[in-house]
Design a protein around this ligand. Structure first.
Ligand code: ADP
Length: 465
C-alpha cells in the first residue's frame, strides 16, 4: 500500500480522501492556503502545512509549493481531488518526475482526454457515438458556419479546454454564430487560457447521463452504472441520481459497454467518468471524459457499496480492482443534492459567510459530505459548494421521501443556500415521475422560487393560518 499521501485540495473532497486513507492505514499530508487555516482538512490530516496566500493561483494551483510540500514531508503519492490541478497533465507528469505516485491516470491520458475536441475523435475511433459536429478543433468562424449548415442548427460552440459549463455558447441560426464565437472564445481564454473551440449540434432537451469507470494497471476496466445529472443550473449539476429513470436495462448495458470501450481506448487507469447526452429519441452521444474523481461519486458508492476513493488508492499502489463487472451491481436508489452557498433568487450568486449555526441530517440511509462546522467561515475565494446531502433507499420514491426528510433536518444559518430549492425539486411532479431533462430548472425555476416565497410569507405571518 501507499505510505503517505499529499492531498492537493481542500473542502469536503480533501476530507473524503483523508477518510479513505485513514481506513487503509495510510498517512495524509494536507496543504492549506492562508484562508483555510481553520479548515477541517488542515486539522484532520496526519500533518498539514500552509502553501501560500488565499488566492488559488498562489496556493492550490501553485505546483512548486505543492510539490515541495510533498517532498519535504516524505510523501510517496499525491491525490489531486477534483478541480484545481486535478486535470492538469503537466502537473501529473511533474509528480511522477518528482518520484510521487499520481493518483489518477497517466499524464498522457489526461492530456489526450483533456482536449474535448481530441477526446471526441478518440471516442469515435473506439466506436462510441459522438454528437454530430467537428472533427477536432475549428480554425475560424467560417469553418464553424460551414459545419453548422451541414449538421443543422441549433449548435453549440464549446471550448476544447472547457469545464464547469464555461466556454460554451449556443447559436440558433447563422446570424448568432459570430457573436457566439467571440463570446465562447473570450470566456475560454479568460477561464482556461486556451481559446480553442469545437462545434457540436445542440441536442434539444437531452438527459445528462454519465457512467462511472474504474480501471486498474492490470488491464481490467469496469463500469459502475450511471448517474443522471440532468438537474442543472447554467449547465452545472445540482441534483444527481442513480439509477436513471431514462434507461432500460438494454440501454444501460449498451451505454456501459460504450463507456468502458472509450476508457479502454484511452489506456485509462483509476477512476473516471464518461459523460453522454441522451436524446429524447433514445440515442446517446459521448460528450467528454473526466479524468478524476467527480463531485457526485458518492451516488455510485451508495448504490454499489464500493468505496471509489479507496479503490483509487489501491490502483495507484498497483493492486488489481477489488471487484469484477458482475460484482459491481447496483442496489436500490441514491440521490445527491449539492448544497451551495448561493442565492437562487439572485441568479445563483455566490454568498459565502459564517455558518453561525449548523445542523446536519442523519438517520437511516443518509450521508452528508461536508467540511462545514458551526462557526466556520466559508472563504469567498473558492467554489460555493458547502455540503453534499445524499440518501440511499430501496426504491426511487423512498429515496425521494428520504431526501425531503433529510433536507428538512438540514439547518445552515449565516448565509443563503439552495437547500430549499432542492427541497422543492423533490416535490415537483416532473421530478417525482422521473420525467425531466437538462431544461428542467430553466423551465421551472421562476415557478419554484415563487412557490418558495409564497410559502415563506405564509409561514412568517403573525396570525396563525
Ligand atoms: P463541461 O465540461 O463544461 O461541464 P460538458 O461538455 O460536460 O461541459 O457539458 C455540460 C452540459 O452542457 C451537459 O451536461 C449538457 O447539459 C449540456 N450539453 C453539452 N453538450 C451538449 C450538446 N451537444 N447538446 C445538448 N446539451 C449539451
Amino acid at each position: 500500500m501507499l505510505k503517505r499521501v499529499l492531498i492537493a485540495n481542500r473542502g469536503e473532497i480533501a476530507l473524503r480522501i483523508i477518510r479513505a486513507c485513514r481506513e487503509l492505514g495510510v498517512e495524509t499530508v494536507a496543504v492549506w492556503s492562508q484562508a483555510d487555516e481553520s479548515s477541517l482538512h488542515a486539522q484532520l490530516a496526519t500533518r498539514s502545512l500552509c502553501i501560500g496566500p488565499a488566492r488559488a493561483a498562489d496556493s492550490y494551483l501553485n505546483q512548486d509549493a505543492i510539490l515541495s510540500a510533498a517532498l519535504a514531508t516524505g510523501c510517496d503519492a499525491l491525490h489531486p481531488g477534483y478541480g484545481f490541478l486535478s486535470e492538469n497533465p503537466d502537473f501529473a507528469a511533474r509528480c511522477v518526475q518528482a518520484g510521487l505516485k499520481y493518483i489518477g491516470p497517466d499524464a498522457e491520458v489526461i492530456r489526450k482526454l483533456g482536449s474535448k475536441a481530441a477526446a471526441r475523435t478518440l471516442a469515435q475511433q473506439a466506436g462510441v457515438p459522438v454528437v454530430p459536429g467537428s472533427d477536432g478543433p475549428l480554425k475560424n468562424v467560417r469553418q464553424a458556419k460551414a459545419l453548422a449548415d451541414q449538421v443543422g442548427y441549433p449548435v453549440l460552440l464549446k471550448a476544447s479546454a472547457g469545464g464547469g459549463g464555461r466556454g460554451m455558447r449556443q447559436a440558433d441560426g447563422p446570424e448568432d454564430l459570430d457573436q457566439a464565437w467571440q463570446e465562447a472564445r473570450a470566456e475560454a481564454v479568460a477561464c482556461f487560457g486556451d481559446g480553442e473551440l469545437y462545434l457540436e449540434k445542440l441536442i434539444v432537451n437531452p438527459r445528462h447521463i454519465e457512467f462511472q469507470i474504474m480501471a486498474d494497471t492490470q488491464g481490467h476496466v469496469v463500469h459502475l452504472g450511471e448517474r443522471d445529472c440532468s438537474i442543472q443550473r447554467r449547465r452545472q449539476k445540482l441534483v444527481e441520481e442513480s439509477p436513471s429513470k431514462a434507461l432500460t436495462p438494454a440501454l444501460r448495458e449498451e451505454m456501459g459497454q460504450a463507456a468502458a470501450a472509450a476508457a479502454r481506448a484511452a489506456g485509462y487507469t483509476g477512476a473516471g467518468t464518461v459523460e453522454f447526452v441522451l436524446a429524447p429519441d433514445g440515442r446517446f452521444y459521448f460528450i467528454e471524459m473526466n479524468t478524476r474523481i467527480q463531485v457526485e461519486h458518492p451516488v455510485t458508492e451508495l448504490v454499489t457499496g464500493i468505496d471509489l476513493v479507496r479503490e483509487q488508492l489501491r490502483v495507484a499502489a498497483g493492486l488489481p480492482l477489488s471487484f469484477t463487472q458482475e460484482e459491481a451491481a447496483v442496489h436500490g436508489h441514491a440521490i445527491e443534492c449539492r448544497i451551495n452557498a448561493e442565492d437562487p433568487a439572485r441568479d445563483f450568486m455566490p454568498c459565502p459567510g459564517v455558518a453561525a449555526f449548523l445542523h446536519l441530517p442523519g438517520g437511516p440511509g443518509v450521508r452528508v459530505d461536508t467540511a462545514l462546522y458551526t462557526g466556520y467561515e466559508v472563504p469567498p475565494y473558492y467554489d460555493s459548494l458547502v455540503a453534499k446531502v445524499l440518501v440511499h433507499a430501496p426504491t426511487r420514491l423512498e429515496a425521494i421521501r428520504r431526501m425531503r426528510r433529510a433536507l428538512e433536518e438540514l439547518i445552515i444559518e449565516g448565509f443563503p443556500t439552495n437547500a430549499s430549492l432542492a427541497h422543492l425539486i423533490m416535490h415537483d411532479p416532473e421530478f417525482v415521475r422521473g420525467q425531466y431533462d437538462t431544461s428542467f430548472l430553466d423551465k421551472n425555476l421562476v415557478r419554484l422560487l415563487e412557490l418558495a416565497r409564497t410559502c415563506d410569507r405564509l409561514m412568517d405571518q403573525e396570525e396563525p393560518l
